[in-house]
Design a protein around this ligand. Structure first.
Ligand code: NDP
Length: 297
């Protein structure tokens, strides 16, 4: 391997420590404890694990965690009523509704019912619009984490060719907006893109957010490029065990790239750390305090 390993675990630990320091300072200054409400509908085991982790890390950073676990049969109206209550609750500065929601609930409607200032996932159309127009927004956590790692790796990203593979609302599109905001030349590739390998070989920064195990191989990568692998895919190994892999074939890519994130231990840990950062940011904004240092896009 020749590439530098971008250690998301270590980066996320530093970020959480930074959040905890600033939470403590905010409490001393204002007496206010930032609070994050997480709403889970249903009993999906993976979502339950995520929600538990979020709650634990929120408390570890000195913030208040409010967990709302609702049954799978919860009606859309009842969920919207809970969102209304949380919107009006002064102790709650961030609201996250764990996705996916059961099929009988309209996720867009629910997300857009969250007060934009408390929308720490950054999925509300107001925040999408603010980001797209270069205004102060709540920025989706996974792309924010990728951006922080890229800035730490490169300093300025200005003028670099960035290719984002994937155009989802939660990763691909906001990632592209953030890179554009940092003056990259941005290409977004997707399932209909022609000659995707050639597009990727032009990238100084390559972001893979596809959900296809090890799709991006070493021969797609420009020598020396920085490769951020957002994908989390569970595959079965020949001996019947489960293993997590990214959207990038790590071994071949690491022979060509200049820097690369592993899976697991790359972007994944940054996502929750950025959720905590966004909660503190939301709290500071609600109090009219200065933006927290080094936690925003
Ligand atoms: P989506 O399924 O919403 O989007 C996938 C995107 O990849 C789509 O835009 C799709 O194109 C594109 N795509 C699919 N197949 C191909 C292909 N063969 N060639 C080019 N593009 C293709 O996924 P998400 O954005 O939600 O997630 C992507 C990955 O990131 C997943 O593995 C997910 O688990 C992971 N993830 C990780 C997070 C973390 O914390 N690290 C957080 C969120 C996601 P089209 O639009 O044309 O269909």
């Amino acid at each position: 391997m020749t590439a530098t390993l971008m250690d998301g675990k270590a980066f996320a630990a530093d970020l959480r420590a930074n959040v905890a320091r600033q939470v403590s300072a905010l409490k001393t200054e204002t007496g206010v404890t930032p609070g994050l409400a997480v709403v889970l509908v249903g009993e999906d085991p993976a979502s339950q694990v995520y929600v538990r982790n979020k709650g634990r890390q929120t408390v570890d950073c000195g913030m208040a965690s409010f967990e709302h676990a609702l049954p799978e049969t919860t009606s859309q109206d009842d969920l919207l009523a809970l969102i209304d209550t949380l919107n009006a609750d002064d102790q709650v500065h961030g609201i996250l509704v764990q996705l996916p929601l059961p099929a009988h609930i309209n996720a867009d409607l629910v997300i857009n019912a969250i007060a934009p200032d408390k929308d720490v996932d950054g999925f509300h159309v107001s925040n999408v619009g603010l980001l797209a127009t270069g205004q102060k927004a709540m920025v989706p956590c996974t792309p924010l984490g990728c951006l922080m790692m890229l800035r730490a790796q490169h300093g300025s990203l200005s003028g670099l060719n960035a290719v984002v593979v994937g155009r989802s609302n939660i990763v691909g599109k906001p990632m592209a907006q953030l890179l554009l905001r940092d003056s990259c030349t941005v290409t977004i590739a997707h399932s209909r893109s022609r000659n995707i390998e050639a597009l990727c070989r032009n990238a100084d920064i390559l972001i893979a957010a596809v959900g296809r195990p090890e799709m991006v191989t070493g021969d797609w990568i420009k020598p020396g490029a920085t490769v951020i692998d957002v994908g989390i895919n569970r595959i079965e190994t020949p001996d019947g065990k489960a293993r997590l892999v990214g959207d990038v074939a790590f071994d071949s890519a690491a022979q060509v790239a200049g820097a690369i994130t592993p899976v697991p231990g790359g972007v994944g840990p940054m996502t929750i750390a950025c959720l905590l950062a966004n909660t503190l940011t939301a709290c500071c904004r609600s109090l009219g305090q200065p933006e927290p240092d080094g936690l925003t896009a």
